[in-house]
Structure formats: C-alpha cells, structure tokens
Write a protein that binds this ligand. Structure first.
Ligand code: CP3
Length: 344
C-alpha cells in the first residue's frame, strides 16, 4: 500500500487513528441504483461481467466518480470464487445465486475443489487496473464467509429459514465442518489474490450469520471465519467483518479476528462499540430504507449515526446493509457531502 492509501481516511478509521472526516462508502454502491450501471450491463450476464476486467473496472469506478465516496468496492460477487472452483451456479436477476446441484452429501463435499489462484486471474487483473485509476482512493476487496457461502451451496439458492443448512450443521457436524473448512480455504485464497493484486482493505461478508444463536455461531461458524481473518493478519490491510441481524454476535465477530465490525441498523453504534470493545472500529449503520424518506429525516438519522459512532475507536460510515436498487442516487451523493462536512 502506498503512503497516501495507508493515510486515507478509510484505512485510518479502520485502524482507530484520527481522521479529518468520517470516511463513507456504501455496500452495493456499484450496482443497480445507477443508470450508468444498468446501461453498461445491458445484455451482459452478472457472472460474465464479473469475469471482464474492463467492465469490473468501469462499474467499480462509477459510484466513486458520481458520489465522491472515500472507498471503492470491487465489483464482483461472493459466489465468483465458487464458480471458479468448479461449482455449477448462476446469479439470477432479482433472485441471487442459484446452484445447479446443491451440496448435501459427503460425496458432494468431497468433490468441492480448492480454488486455484489462476482461476480468478480476471479479478487480480481488474484490481491491477483499478489501483492506479483510483489513486488515493482505497479499493476494498471482499469475499463471502463460510456460513453464508455454505447456505447458498446447501439450500441451492436464497433461503429465509436456512432449514437445510441447519439440518446439516446439527445433523452431521463432521460433514458441516468439512464443508466449511474447504470454503474457508477458498475464501482465504480469493482474498489473498485480491490483497496481492493491491486492495487496501478487505471485507468478509457473513450476511446471513444473524440466523444463528451466539452459542451455535461460536461452535459451528466462528472457527472457519477466524481461519480466514487470522490467515490475513500479516497481509497489512484492515479486515472488516459484516453480517445482518447480528446484535448478539458482535463480540464473537470481532474476536474472530476483525479490525472493524460491520453493524446493521438494528444496533445503535454506541452500543455496538461497547460490544466489540476498544480494540476494534465499527462500520455502519444507516437503515437503507431511510434513504426513501424526505431529506430532513435522512439528515437527522445520518447525524445520529455519526454521533453514536463517536463512541467507537474508529467509525466508517455506511448503510446497515446494501443500497436498495430503486434508491435515488442523488440522495447518496448528498449524504456523502453531509458526512464530509460534519467532520469526525
Ligand atoms: O457492494 C458492491 O457494490 C460490490 C458488488 C457486490 C455485489 N455482490 C454485486 C451484485 C458485492 C459486495 C456483493 C456481495 C454479495 N452477493 C453478498 C453479500 C452482501 C450482502 O448484500 O449481504 C451476497 C449475499 C451476495 C449474493 C447475491 N448476489 C445476491 C443476494 C444478489 C441480489 C439478487 C438480486 O438481483 O436481487 C446478487 C446479485 C448481485 N450482486 C447484483 C450485484 C450488483 C445484482 C445483479 C444485477 O445487477 O443483475
């Protein structure tokens, strides 16, 4: 990382160092809320766009140009490394990842191959193209955490109850751990490829971990996420660990080895700061639905989030989950301006 990136507001806030203003970026900032995104994606499938470094570069830059955010997030998807490791899957518009043959047996787990770094060369290439284009703006790399990836592989697609996932977790813990351990290796390889190519921070998305109790999280999930996060301890980039509905999991998600714990809108950041302790920063947590309210409400809520975030060692402003597709992009731009003027 160059000095200007190590000194960026994002990296400094992640490390708990003082910043001139609270850094802000948005999960799912590169995506369907932007007309320029919809235009460039016309006729190109989601997975295909993730495999084209020219498209990845352009789509990643779009929200940076438009909103002036303090970080770019690589345009990709959590299932990209699974497809690269040989899983037959697709990303269906309006649905999400769909797996052709869900993994539910020992034979299926055995067939899950490690990720060869060369199989995601296009991701490394996109990062190498982006870093010089972005200059002093840090690029965030990311991957899905073992639990969230396992849920898609076992269910075969999105789920509300995670019944089949939990059936394997409780019913055949050995098989569950074997699957998650393979997924942790794939995730670690995928993140290392991005770090070696030049990303300045990484985010591990365990979006659906909130489906678990703390005891089950600690027993069945945390060791695998910890393998990924501690495996990057010497990588020299901050590690952000995020999930939705994780109020009771925040201490464990921090202990798993994160520098920053991402918080959804349900837990106020001052309470979250107490839960993750003085050695970790927090990221979040404006409810993405607030962006549909009149501006004075958006401003009031954003100022509250900033105020509560001051209780933490460092605060990265974000939404509590991803930007919703029909969000007015101008509200996001105005929100970035507000965060930058309020000061840290
Ligand atoms: O944040 C960004 O802007 C970077 C890009 C990004 C995408 N997916 C692009 C995408 C990131 C960080 C992700 C991560 C991801 N993918 C997660 C974790 C984050 C979260 O939201 O909790 C998860 C669970 C997935 C799986 C997935 N892929 C879902 C649930 C969906 C949405 C399905 C839909 O259409 O409603 C996708 C598809 C997807 N990934 C899109 C984008 C821009 C939409 C595809 C399109 O534009 O056709």
């Amino acid at each position: 990382m160059t000095n200007s990136l190590a000194d960026s507001a994002l990296v400094r806030a992640c490390r708990g160092l003082d910043v001139p203003h609270t850094p802000v970026w948005f999960m799912r900032q590169a995506g369907r809320s932007l007309p320029e995104y919809r235009k460039i994606r016309e006729g190109v499938g989601m997975l295909e766009s993730c495999r084209r470094p020219d498209l990845v570069t352009e789509i990643t830059l779009q929200p940076v140009r438009r909103h002036g955010v303090d970080a770019a997030i690589l345009f990709s998807d959590i299932v990209v490394p699974l497809a690269a490791a040989g899983i037959d899957l697709d990303i269906v518009a309006g649905t999400g990842p769909v797996v052709a043959e869900p993994i539910r047996t020992a034979a299926a787990v055995e067939r899950l191959r490690p990720l060869e770094p060369g199989a995601v060369d296009y991701v490394a290439e996109a990062v190498r193209l982006l870093v010089p284009e972005l200059g002093s703006i840090p690029l965030i790399g990311f991957a899905g955490a073992p639990f969230t990836l396992a849920s898609y592989l076992i269910e075969g697609g999105p789920s509300r109850t995670y019944v089949k996932t939990k059936a394997m977790m409780y019913g055949d813990p050995d098989l569950w751990h074997s699957l998650c351990s393979r997924l942790a290796d794939i995730t670690l390889t995928f993140l290392r490829v991005q770090v070696e190519a030049g990303v300045s921070a990484v985010q591990l998305f365990d979006s659906w971990a909130g489906a678990l109790s703390e005891a089950d999280y600690r027993e069945y999930v945390m060791p695998h996420s910890a393998k990924v996060l501690t495996g990057l301890a010497d990588a020299g980039v901050p590690r952000i660990h995020f999930g939705v509905g994780t109020s009771v999991l925040l201490p464990a998600m921090g202990e798993a080895g994160a520098d920053v714990v991402g918080v959804d809108w349900r837990t106020p950041l001052d309470r979250a700061a107490g839960l993750v302790g003085p050695d970790r920063s927090v990221q979040g947590n404006l409810d993405p639905a607030v962006l549909f309210a009149p501006w004075p409400v958006v401003e009031r809520e954003a100022r509250r989030v900033l105020r509560e975030g001051r209780a933490a060692r460092g605060h990265v402003f974000n939404l509590g989950h991803g930007v919703m597709p029909d969000t007015d992009p101008d509200v996001l731009t105005r929100l970035v301006e507000l965060i930058h003027t309020v000061g840290a």
